[in-house]
Design a protein around this ligand. Structure first.
Ligand code: GCB
Length: 597
């Protein structure tokens, strides 16, 4: 699943901007074939962005179902003879794409790119009408799951068991791009090193050829000087005096794959490559053979007005704040982030735990979100349909992100039910699938606080122990002394049970900016700082701890409920990215740790 790019043989046009926009309130759009004519609506919507908070209209914000986007697109006239594609970097949660009156693509899963070859439906130099319907519905089978109910007066309502607002729309860029008819279809690299010699094992999939073409590969250093080259669709490149990709010190080579017919260049694709290794060794997490200690956050793609829309400026601001606070890593909680984010992490040496959108696979959580607790692994719950979509989510994630040096762990779910009968049967094949798709990276799942070591059934299927704990918040609220004892006791039990590296992937209390207390009262800024300091004391006493990722980087929007006041306030930064005092405390600790751990 190569990201489109411009090269000697490929061109790309960005289709972001303003689209005609219509909300399909009465679910008539598909029946009435809205793609056949200009959308009958005065609304326009910016892409990329979530549409929910853009309009001052509750009916749009709460809408459950389809919305429609449409614009006219002119195909560059120079593209005659090329294959022409349209690509959506995401459509949350389901997208259908028409070119004029032809349905060209349909994709479910709100955080992954998809594309369609539209060569037969368009003419270079001419205009076509691009129509996209986007559905925000979550059902028990989707990843993440949800439930739709209909009120007595006929209103559809969406509920879900995850703690972030169900933003929807075209959250990421839309592209028109050309490829030649014979293409580099995919590239996979696996890197390594021995003493000062680096290695890049590569394998290239081509498409559209006759088999008589030749494939060559060249590797350049960051200054653009050729380091080495080779022939053939697979092989190993050796780099003398390799410069490794390291956390905090990124270094990227670029690998160019070319297909030729005789002397004629048919296709050329360039991939950034960071040479590094990742390994679990006993209780250590090794990057390039050296113990690595994760500092940072679970994050969200979440901003005022644009919701989950990708914005390059906001992304740079978030990375700058990560740098300021001394973080070396983050988790893409609770879904894959925009590819621009992954590439930025590659270029700047930030380490990533890459997570699927499998959040809310715990029907016991119904009680927390205003419903009732149910069994999880039952038909109509987390069942074979969920598993099929979960497999798709894992496969697409690995296909998209396998070449990013920043990605060091696959997290295949956040807080699933890991103690109920059926959990092992559900997760064992998924862990195995992830390993088969990528044998080079450790695999984990994120454990929920209910699934204590005496009850949990899954840990031996995974390489690392990823824990979310809220001692001092959801339990022992306001009592950090008891919380400290409970936390340390539990961490030692995990260590005794599995003897694997452990990362605290979530810990933190809701904190109201501006609320102060000399009594360490929950919700106060002082309590947040004291809470984090307590966790850090414990982490420093438990050897198997190899990382701490605070929940959350910033405050973020959630669904309504008595647990949340305009969203989740566990951010170390506010939603508009102002520091709470805890940010300064973390900065002090993490900058000091950078030199030692
Ligand atoms: C969790 C979830 C996260 C929530 C967080 C909280 O365990 O993984 O999505 O936002 O707790 O603040 O309750």
């Amino acid at each position: 699943m190569l990201k489109p790019q411009a090269s000697e043989t490929r061109e790309i046009v960005n289709l972001d901007g303003l689209y005609r926009f219509k909300v399909d309130f009465d679910r008539s759009g598909h029946r009435d074939e809205w793609f056949r004519a200009p959308l009958d609506s005065d609304l326009e919507m910016g892409v990329p962005a979530s549409y929910n908070d853009v309009f001052p209209d509750k009916a749009i914000r709460d809408h459950v179902g389809y919305v429609w986007y449409q614009r006219d697109v002119r195909v560059p006239r120079g593209w005659a003879g090329e294959r022409i594609h349209v690509r959506l970097d995401s459509a949350t949660h389901e997208g259908m794409v028409w070119v004029d009156e032809t349905l060209v693509a349909q994709h479910t899963g709100g955080y992954m790119p998809f594309s369609a070859d539209i060569t037969e439906h368009v003419t270079p130099g001419q205009v076509f009408r691009l129509t996209i319907s986007v559905n925000n519905e979550l059902t028990q089978a989707t990843i993440p799951p949800g439930t739709i109910t209909v009120t007595e007066d006929g209103r559809r309502q969406q509920s879900y068991l995850h703690d972030f607002y169900n933003y929807a729309g075209l959250h990421r860029s839309v592209w028109l791009f050309s490829t030649p008819s014979v293409t580099v279809d995919d590239i996979t690299v696996v890197t390594g090193f021995e003493a000062s010699a680096g290695s890049v094992e590569y394998s290239i999939a081509t498409a559209g050829g006759t088999g008589s073409e030749t494939v060559t590969v060249s590797l350049r250093d960051a200054d653009g000087a050729e380091v080495t080259h080779a022939d053939g669709v697979r092989g190993t490149l050796t780099i003398a005096d390799v410069v490794l990709w390291k956390p905090g010190a990124a270094y990227l080579y670029s690998l160019t794959a070319e297909i030729r017919d005789g002397g004629r260049l048919l296709d050329s694709y360039t991939l950034p490559v960071g040479v590094r290794t990742v390994e679990v060794h006993g209780k250590e997490f090794l990057i390039n053979g050296e113990p690595f200690y994760f500092t940072g956050f679970g994050m969200h793609e979440d901003h005022v007005a644009i919701g989950k829309g990708h914005s390059n400026a906001q992304m740079v601001n978030d990375f700058q704040l990560l740098d300021w606070v001394g973080a070396n890593s983050f988790r893409t909680s609770h879904y894959p982030y925009a590819e621009e984010v992954m590439e930025f992490a590659d270029r700047h040496g930030i380490v990533v735990i890459d997570e699927t959108a499998a959040v809310g696979l715990h029907l016991g959580f119904g009680a927390v979100f205003g419903g009732i607790a149910k069994k999880t692994y039952v038909e109509g719950g987390v069942d074979a349909n969920t598993a099929a979509n979960h497999r798709q989510a894992i496969s697409e994630l690995v296909a998209r992100d396998k070449n990013h040096p920043s990605v060091v762990i696959w997290s295949i779910a956040n807080e699933p039910n890991g103690s109920e009968e059926g959990a092992r049967e559900y997760f064992a094949p998924l862990a195995e699938l992830t390993r088969r798709l990528d044998p080079t990276r450790p695999v984990g799942y994120v454990n929920v606080m209910f699934d204590t070591p005496d009850k949990e059934l899954l840990g031996d299927l995974f390489d690392v122990v990823l824990l979310n704990r809220y001692y001092g918040w959801y339990v022992n609220n306001g009592d950090l002394e008891t919380a400290e004892q409970s936390l340390e006791k539990e961490l030692r039990e995990w260590d005794a049970k599995y003897g694997k590296p452990m990362i605290m992937t979530e810990y933190g209390p809701d904190t109201m900016p501006g609320f102060h207390s000399i009594y360490e009262q929950p919700w106060s800024e002082e309590y947040q700082a004291a809470f984090l300091a307590m966790y850090h004391r414990v982490f420093d006493r438990v050897d198997a701890m190899v990382g701490e990722q605070v929940w959350n980087f910033a405050d973020f929007q959630t669904s309504n409920g008595i647990m949340r006041v305009d969203g989740n306030k566990k951010g170390v930064f506010t939603r508009d990215r102002r520091p709470k005092p805890a940010a300064y405390a973390l900065r002090k600790r993490w900058t000091a740790l950078a030199g030692t751990k």
